[in-house]
Design a protein around this ligand. Structure first.
Ligand SMILES: [Zn+2]
Length: 97
C-alpha cells in the first residue's frame, strides 16, 4: 500500500541524503543523480515500504523498471514467480545492495 505519511516522506528524504545517486545506474557503471525513491520489490508485487525495500533512483530507471513490473503483473505473476522473469529479477538484484 502507498504510504503518504510524514514519516515515510522523511525516510525517503533521508535515503536520498545518504545515497544521492541512482542505485540502478551505479550497478551498471553509470553516475546519475537520484531524484526519487523506488520500491525494489514493487508494491503491486507485495513489496513493503520498509527502508530495506527502498532504493534511490533516477526517473529513467524507475520508469523502465515499472514497464517490466507492469508486464509481469499483467501476466498474473507475483513476486514468488520472479525467477521466471530474468529482466525483473535483474532489477531487483541491482536494487538490493
Ligand atoms: Zn538510474
Amino acid at each position: 500500500m502507498r504510504d503518504h505519511s510524514r514519516a515515510y516522506r522523511r525516510l525517503c528524504a533521508s535515503i536520498l541524503d545518504s545515497e544521492p545517486l541512482c542505485r540502478y545506474c551505479r550497478a551498471e557503471g553509470r553516475i546519475s543523480p537520484a531524484t526519487l525513491i523506488d520500491h525494489i520489490v514493487a508494491l503491486s508485487l507485495g513489496g513493503s515500504n520498509d527502508r530495506s525495500n527502498l532504493a534511490p533512483a533516477c526517473v529513467d530507471c524507475n520508469a523502465a523498471k515499472a514497464v517490466v513490473e507492469q508486464r509481469f503483473v499483467a501476466r498474473g505473476y507475483d513476486v514468488r514467480d520472479v525467477m521466471f522473469e530474468p529482466e525483473l529479477a535483474g532489477w531487483i538484484r541491482m536494487g538490493m545492495v
